[in-house]
Design a protein around this ligand. Structure first.
Ligand code: FAD
Length: 395
């Protein structure tokens, strides 16, 4: 190809552009991004950027030196695959190869749209709107005890706000972790002075209050909604690109879409995992770093690279560093390493004596060692795994 057009200038889009240059591509690379800001990293938005301890999180990349053309404040509107043209808010853009990297959008709380004081946390603009809210130390209600809700609650407590988290399920991270593993995390909320209300459904949001379906009225100077994210792919309707049940682009194991010359990577796409035997839709940073290298390699055609990562992510919440590698639904055995009421512990998931996933709380070495063992598929001795004093090693 001579002209590669990448849609979405977030982590996955930017990394695709950089990987193309790293792998020797000398043609035109155009990065199209809807946001007006210089491309930036999202994880600091719920951490340092929110607290104001970092000004911003722009990627430290010299786009000009790499001859990467940035078109910011430009929204992709449609693809015309028959003529290899991308329609955008600033006109048509021809491509030889198109890479979809439009990421995800936060799910909105029905009825809360347009109510003053209701916030989402996905973009730099969102974080900048939330900074003064923290500084003014309002009573804050967070809807959703997922990763974003927990990180936001942590920052808000650090800023001295009174925080209530309402969660429809019976525990935090209900969609992400098994009940027995999420259970010890419930205590983190109380310990940090956050009121966690489980089994709590929001009936409506009014200016200044969140009303639950049991009639409870929670005063709220601000409301932060963190109830998940969906692939930002509505603009692809009618393009002929196959989308899945969550609106995600259904990529193949080479991250190609159902249309020729169109790839998809990052939060907007799912891929079939050979390792775990199911399709994975990963909404984490590492996937937006690794996937682009595969896309660049396949797009340049030098090698045929299959994308089959061990997923990895981290979260910083309530003074703890939480890391996860792998995919536990494939497991048949759970082994605890250490006391989950203490400050540092891990959980190992095995399938047929092989490690398939690991969660580490304050044990980064377990994560590093575990991640390698998951990659390698080495048989393990559960007795060794269960002893937190012994390093994670093969049997
Ligand atoms: P995005 O980062 O969403 O980028 C996509 C870009 O495409 C956006 O800028 C969007 O505006 C643009 N776009 C969308 N549609 C169009 C269009 N039609 N035309 C043009 N442009 C378009 N992961 C972790 O592993 N650890 C963490 O601690 C962590 N913290 C996070 C904290 C926050 C607040 C958030 C929001 C996410 C966090 N994540 C974390 C997840 C991680 O940031 C994402 O997985 C990652 O950003 C995905 O990158 P992406 O490029 O696929 O998507």
């Amino acid at each position: 190809p001579r002209r590669v057009v990448v849609v979405g200038a977030g982590m996955a889009g930017v990394q695709t552009a950089v990987a193309l240059r790293e792998q020797g591509f000398t043609g035109t690379v155009t990065l199209i991004g809807a946001e007006p800001h210089q491309p930036y990293d999202r994880p600091p938005l719920s951490k340092a950027v929110l607290l104001g301890t970092a000004e911003g999180s722009a990627f430290d990349i010299d786009f000009e030196a790499l001859a990467l053309e940035l078109r910011l404040g430009c929204e992709a509107l449609a693809v015309r695959p028959d003529v290899h043209v991308l329609d955008t808010s600033s006109g048509p853009v021809p491509y030889d190869v198109l890479v979809l990297a439009t990421g995800a959008e936060p799910i909105r709380l029905p009825g809360a749209e347009g109510v003053p004081g209701v916030h989402l946390l996905r973009t730099l603009d969102d974080a900048e709107r939330l900074r003064p809210v923290l500084a003014e130390q309002h009573d804050i209600v967070v809807v959703g005890a997922g990763w974003i809700g927990a990180e936001f609650a942590t920052a808000a407590r650090e800023a001295g706000c009174a925080v209530t988290v309402v969660e429809a399920a019976d525990r935090p991270l209900a969609g992400a972790l098994p009940a027995e593993v999420a259970a010890p995390m419930t205590a983190w909320y109380a310990e940090s002075g956050v009121a966690l209300r489980t089994h709590a459904r929001v009936e409506r949001v009014e200016p200044g209050a969140v009303v639950l379906d049991d009639g409870t009225r929670l005063p709220a100077g601000a409301v932060v909604v963190g109830i998940g994210a969906r692939p930002a792919t509505a603009w692809l309707a009618g393009s002929g690109i196959d989308l899945g049940a969550h609106g995600e682009v259904l990529a193949d194991d080479h991250l190609r879409t159902s249309l020729p010359d169109v790839y998809a990577v990052g939060d907007c796409a799912s891929f079939p995992s050979g390792r775990y035997g199911e399709r994975l839709l990963v909404h984490h940073w590492d996937n937006a770093l690794q996937g682009p290298r595969t896309v660049a390699a396949n797009l340049l055609g030098a090698t045929s690279a299959v994308y089959d990562p061990v997923p990895y992510f981290w979260s910083e919440q309530f003074g703890r560093f939480v890391q996860y590698a792998g995919h536990h639904p494939a497991a048949d055995t759970t082994v605890w390493r250490g006391d989950p009421s203490g400050p540092a512990w891990s959980v190992c998931w095995l399938r047929d004596d092989r490690l398939v996933a690991l969660l580490a709380v304050g044990r980064p070495r377990d994560l590093a060692q575990g991640r390698r063992l998951i990659e390698a598929g080495t048989p393990m001795d559960p007795a060794v795994l269960a002893d937190p004093a012994r390093p994670l090693k093969a049997a």
